[in-house]
Design a protein around this ligand. Structure first.
Ligand SMILES: Nc1nc2c(ncn2[C@@H]2O[C@H](COP(=O)(O)OP(=O)(O)OP(=O)(O)O)[C@@H](O)[C@H]2O)c(=O)[nH]1
Length: 247
């Protein structure tokens, strides 16, 4: 049983984030020194859960009591890495990164996800202020890891990445950025620049009322293994070329 001092320490790091569908409980900041190309970079880390997992207005003690019964390791939680004075800096770079088990963890060359993850962290550090949202329920553009494995088999047999999803009975892309945007708005209200090639991310951010200064394209790590995948993103998913503006 935690003593009152520890409850108070945890309470200071928990906040409720208002979100149109359901509120979120955000925990952080937590110091997270990260090894980026051999340099130790001091990120601040936050994670969140849906508030409706807990009784309304739950205290920190009630939240803690509930945690073991939620079996959180069996579901996915998203998080955000924040760098610099994210709340107050005049300019900040953000990235909404969809989880890619194969690319981010294994370094798969079938996509560009692992490259984009590391590169956006480097860009945020070099800029001096920013945030990387790691969106854990986005695997395979929302179809889940097992289904993505099936989709990969279809792709090895001639389907492109979009048709493979559709043939398996999914929509091509079911990702929502709403929770991440609500967390972003709790951490910063000043304008942001978004690192992406995906116009849907830009639209979602702008529709939320967030002031988006500019889009920063991120193409790279192109090889024979992902050439077709990257091309399909442009021809079928509407991903923008380097300097193409959002129409
Ligand atoms: N279904 C499916 N998902 C994939 C495939 N390759 C990568 N992904 C997933 O696609 C998501 C990333 O989407 P992308 O289209 O690469 O990029 P984006 O996030 O839309 O746009 P950027 O911000 O420019 O990176 C991750 O969740 C990956 O797991 C694939 O062949 N099939």
């Amino acid at each position: 049983m935690l003593n009152n001092d520890m409850i108070s320490v945890l309470t200071d790091r928990i906040q409720t984030v208002t979100h149109s569908n359901k509120n979120l409980i955000l925990v952080g900041p937590i110091q997270l020194p990260v090894n980026l190309d051999g340099e130790t970079v001091p990120f601040q880390w936050y994670s969140w859960l849906a508030a409706d997992l807990f009784p309304e207005g739950a205290t920190t003690e009630e939240i803690i009591q509930q945690l073991p019964s939620l079996h959180l390791a069996e579901s996915q939680q998203s998080s955000v890495l924040v760098y610099g004075d994210f709340e107050n800096a005049n300019e900040a770079l953000i990235r909404m990164h969809s989880i890619c088990h194969t690319g981010d963890i294994f370094g798969s060359k079938r996509c560009d996800c692992g490259f984009q993850l590391r590169q956006s962290m480097r860009m945020i550090q070099a800029h001096g202020s920013g945030a990387l949202f790691y969106l854990a329920n986005h695997e395979g553009r929302g179809i889940g890891l097992f289904s993505k494995a099936m989709a990969y088999i279809l792709q090895e047999n001639g389907y492109d990445t979009v048709d493979a999803n559709l043939e398996l009975g999914f929509a091509d892309d079911t990702r929502s950025y709403a929770e991440a945007i609500a967390v972003l708005q709790a951490l910063r209200t000043k304008p942001v620049s978004l690192i992406t090639n995906n116009p849907k991310k830009l639209k979602a951010l702008k529709a939320s009322g967030m002031n988006v200064d500019k889009r920063i394209p991120l193409w790279g790590d192109i090889s024979s293994y992902n050439e077709k995948y990257l091309q399909t993103k442009k021809t079928r998913s509407g991903h923008l070329e380097k300097n193409e503006a959002l129409i």
